[in-house]
Design a protein around this ligand. Structure first.
Ligand code: 6GU
Length: 286
């Protein structure tokens, strides 16, 4: 998987040379290139932002600089696009866009295209606290992509026409938030998403089984049961007896019950979403 990251603080990603991520790069499983957005500016101050149109506090990242950078990284020639209405908010958020015409270049313009699952196509990802939540499902889907390009915004965000433009050019554009809190920029969110995505690439993890049973994966999407190691008794605290019984059926049942009970307590929203086909007969009794 080829990964490009554009940021005004590319040094943020130096940590990607450490740990499993560093090993995956050394093994050639992933290839990361970081880029400084300021390299695509032409003014003496290398400015990447400007005041918000319509007024308000803070600064907004300029489409002109971002587009020069992204055109180059995506190998696109600059051209105008037609048929994108920036006042139509539903048309710009996700892959349920109304128009599904594929990108064309007749008369030097391109028409709006529906984002589609990655099949050899690069996926352009913008971290954005006002976007849909990034989930394990997204991580799983994106782990199959050949190329990811992350555009990290800082300050109050980026001009909304940037993702709209590349979507209209037929690029698979995604915007994701990583949670209900505000960070200073997209760098940390990018690191979080990258870690969630790349650890699912076959060969990335030392022990591939460790990713199978985890929370949020698979049909069930339950929180995981709690874990214990030896000693069985420690400072007056005992490992549950059933885990020492050697009865795999009982151990599985105990863990499943605990996962369901903990999920119900901590994340009732996940129980709401649970597909009843993912429940077994014994679950229904509890
Ligand atoms: Cl993706 N970006 C920023 N700046 N803050 C966030 C976020 C993203 N997700 C949660 N908070």
């Amino acid at each position: 998987m080829k990964i490009d990251i554009v940021s005004v603080f590319p040094e943020y990603f130096d940590v990607l040379n450490l740990s499993l991520f560093g090993k995956a790069q050394a093994k050639g499983l992933i290839e990361v290139r970081t880029h400084n957005l300021r390299d695509w500016t032409h003014d003496v101050h290398h400015s990447v932002d400007d005041t918000p149109v319509g007024g308000g506090a803070g600064m907004v990242m300029k489409p002109v600089v971002w587009a020069e950078c992204l055109d180059e990284l995506l190998g696109l020639e600059a051209c105008d696009v037609a048929g994108v209405d920036m006042t139509d908010d539903a048309g710009d958020t996700d892959d349920t866009d109304a128009a599904d015409t594929s990108a064309t270049t007749d008369a030097g313009t391109a028409t709006a295209a529906t984002a589609e699952a990655a099949a050899g196509k690069p996926v352009l990802i913008f971290p954005n606290p006002s976007a849909p939540l990034f989930t394990q499902r997204d991580a799983t889907e994106l782990s199959h992509a050949d190329r990811l390009l992350f555009g990290c915004g800082r300050y109050e965000g980026y001009d909304a026409r940037i993702p709209a433009y590349y979507r209209a050019r037929g690029v698979d554009v995604r915007e994701y938030s990583i949670g209900d809190y505000v960070l200073n920029g997209g760098e940390v969110a990018t690191s979080v998403m990258l870690e969630a995505i790349t650890r699912l690439i076959p060969g990335f993890m030392g022990n591939p089984e460790s990713i199978v049973e985890e929370s949020y994966t698979g049909e069930g999407a339950l929180l995981e049961h709690r874990q214990y190691t030896k000693p069985a008794q420690w400072r007056g605290l005992h490992v549950p007896d059933v885990l020492l019984s050697g009865d795999h059926g009982k151990v599985d049942r105990f863990r499943r019950d605990e996962a369901l009970a903990r999920t119900n307590e901590i994340r009732p929203d996940l129980i709401e979403e649970l597909d009843c086909r993912a429940l077994d007969k014994a679950d229904r009794k509890t």
